[in-house]
Design a protein. Structure first.
Length: 277
């Protein structure tokens, strides 16, 4: 059985047929490519997600059920995101399933975003009218969609990034107590295995962003490598706004190009934290 011969629904049927217990996180042999211990599967928090780490296997997907109040209390104890205003946001009719466009799915996979989706940390759509990959911005307590940001798939299209609806709410990905401020959505997705990624969609911090980043224990600033000076500027602004534990991490490459282990070593390895003085 080869995963590239099966569509999402067919893969889902195979996964359900494995009879994995509820609230299980495990690595097992892949039923699609026969890889030994290469399939990561997660049935916790009323979802099913799967991802094969074998290079030649394309098995991946997620089916999300409704999250109950116990999940909300467990992950967001302290009501971290209640400050997000639930302003009305109506998704345009042009937003379609991400599965409707192969180019969009390929872009997400190549830009280190797909794993965050398969583990339920991010949600994507495809804008058929503007030909964009769309990152949905949600209130992490209520799960209500409060905005969206789209990335053009055609390099000639302008602007490259487009904000739909509420422009004052950053895109967040992850549920960790430590957070890192990044420029774009793929970078936020890339770090979400280790930290909560917060994309400010640019190189400057807005006053409206402050409440969204205040609850986190440690706050890193990690803009793209060509904006290191801006990272130090943001760190100073945050400290002047009452944020105590702000750490700058200069980059050799943009965060979206790092894998999980590289990100883990960068933030929690033996290297000294880079602070501006």
């Amino acid at each position: 059985m080869r995963s590239y011969l099966l569509n999402y629904k067919q893969q889902l049927e195979v996964i359900k047929g494995l009879s994995i217990d509820k609230d299980t996180q495990a690595r097992i042999d892949c039923p699609f490519c026969n890889g030994r211990n290469t399939l990561s599967i997660d049935t916790s928090d009323n979802k099913i997600s799967w991802y094969c780490f074998h290079a030649s296997c394309s098995a991946k997907g997620r089916q999300q059920g409704e999250k109950d109040i116990h999940y909300v209390q467990k992950v967001f104890y302290g009501n971290k995101d209640l400050h997000i205003e639930d302003k009305d946001f109506v998704m345009p009719d042009s937003f379609q399933s991400i599965y409707s466009n192969e180019k969009a799915m390929h872009w997400l996979s190549n830009n280190n975003c797909w794993e965050s989706w398969s583990w339920g940390r991010a949600d994507f759509k495809y804008d058929v009218k503007q030909d964009r990959v769309v990152f949905l911005i949600k209130n992490n307590i209520t799960h209500k969609i409060v905005g969206a940001v789209g990335r053009a798939l055609n390099k000639k299209d302008f602007p490259k990034w487009y904000m739909y609806g509420n422009k004052d709410v950053p895109f967040k990905c992850g549920v960790c107590d430590d957070a890192v401020i990044v420029e774009d959505c793929p970078s936020a997705c890339a770090v979400s295995n280790i930290l909560t990624g917060i994309s400010i969609m640019g190189t400057s911090i807005k006053d409206s962003h402050l409440d969204h980043i205040r609850p986190y224990k440690n706050l890193y600033v990690c803009l793209d490598r060509d904006a290191t000076v801006k990272s130090y500027t943001i760190a100073k602004e945050l400290r002047s706004s009452g944020f105590d534990n702000v750490i700058v991490k200069p980059l050799e490459d943009d965060l979206k190009y790092y894998n999980t282990e590289q990100i883990r070593r960068m933030f929690y390895g033996s290297e000294n934290d880079a602070r501006d003085t």
